[in-house]
Design a protein around this ligand. Structure first.
Ligand code: TMP
Ligand code: ASP
Length: 275
């Protein structure tokens, strides 16, 4: 066996690369499904998608193998298309299988839910059979606070407590409805019904100017998607309700959108990124 030797210059550059990548990986925040790291330049962050899944405000926990890789791709695909139709988003570019570069925004503490068909909590709250079409698309708001279990709130709470100013809330609601129109058409074209979904928005500051932008992710974690013909659920309800074939459902959504990772499902685990 030969002796391997490295020149001092090689060692120095390797060490400086290692220091730089460690610096890039300073963790800012860890959520239930994602980790946020400091970005390579000021005003940017790196959003890392985990395979961890939770439901019912963290009471149910599990892993969906490959979910992080698929959600990274699906969210990239959707945010890019929304950008194309003029919806400002935090998305900059995908970096690798599990990470995307995003703009640092101040998250508005609201979960904005758009519903087209009754399912989940609206069915329980109002006694509506799941699958009943709603008279029109309905926008709901929850206060984003895990300790309180993200309670349902109305416009009065949002503006009175200053979580968003009235004009910001109007803008958020009009973006949410435009996003609903666009995504409904996009999913129907691949045989999926968009039952409901959740959005988050943030404030982006640029030279004293503030813009509201779409943030977080849009994926089968945050949408209900049913097959148009069979009404089969192809989203996180398969995990929430122990319906089985959870990984396959996420893969099917990616496959229909034409964005399964290059080498197919075998590639879904992705590289183990050092955190
Ligand atoms: P819900 O029927 O449980 O209120 O959920 C409505 C939509 O919001 C559904 O598509 C799932 C999504 N959602 C999230 O993304 N995060 C959450 O914490 C919850 C409760 C729902
Ligand atoms: N993400 C939420 C949680 O665990 C709930 C859900 O998606 O159902 O807490």
């Amino acid at each position: 066996m030969g002796i391997v030797s490295f020149s001092p210059i090689f060692l120095l550059s390797y060490f400086s690369f290692w220091i730089q990548s460690m610096a890039r990986r300073r963790q800012i925040y860890e959520g239930k499904a994602k980790v946020i790291f400091e970005g390579p330049e000021p005003g940017t962050l790196v959003q890392y998608f985990k395979d961890d899944a939770t439901a019912f405000n963290n009471k149910k926990k599990g892993t969906i193998t490959g979910k992080g890789v698929i959600n990274n791709r699906i969210s990239e695909f959707i945010m890019t298309r929304l950008g194309d139709i003029g919806i400002p988003t935090h998305f900059v570019r995908r970096l690798n299988m599990r990470e995307q570069l995003i703009k640092a925004v101040e998250i508005i503490p609201l979960e904005v839910i758009v519903r087209n068909v009754a399912a989940g909590s609206i069915s329980e709250r109002l006694g509506l059979e799941e699958g009943t079409p709603l008279p029109r698309s309905i926008v709901e708001y929850c206060y984003k606070n895990d300790d309180l279990g993200d309670p349902f709130v109305c416009e009065e709470h949002i503006t009175a407590f200053g979580w968003a100013a009235p004009q910001d809330l109007d803008e958020i609601t009009s973006y949410a409805l435009r996003i609903n129109d666009f995504l409904t058409g996009m999913f129907i074209s691949v045989g999926l019904k968009l039952i409901d979904f959740k959005l988050e928005f943030g404030r982006l500051w640029e030279n004293d100017e503030m813009r509201i932008v779409l943030a977080d992710e849009i994926s089968p974690d945050s949408c209900r998607l049913w097959d148009v013909k069979t009404n089969e659920k192809l989203d996180k309800d398969r995990f929430r309700r122990d319906l089985g074939d959870v990984e396959e459902a996420y893969q099917e959504v990616a496959r229909r959108l034409g964005i399964l990772p290059e080498s197919g499902p075998s590639d879904l685990k992705g590289p183990d990124t050092i955190q």
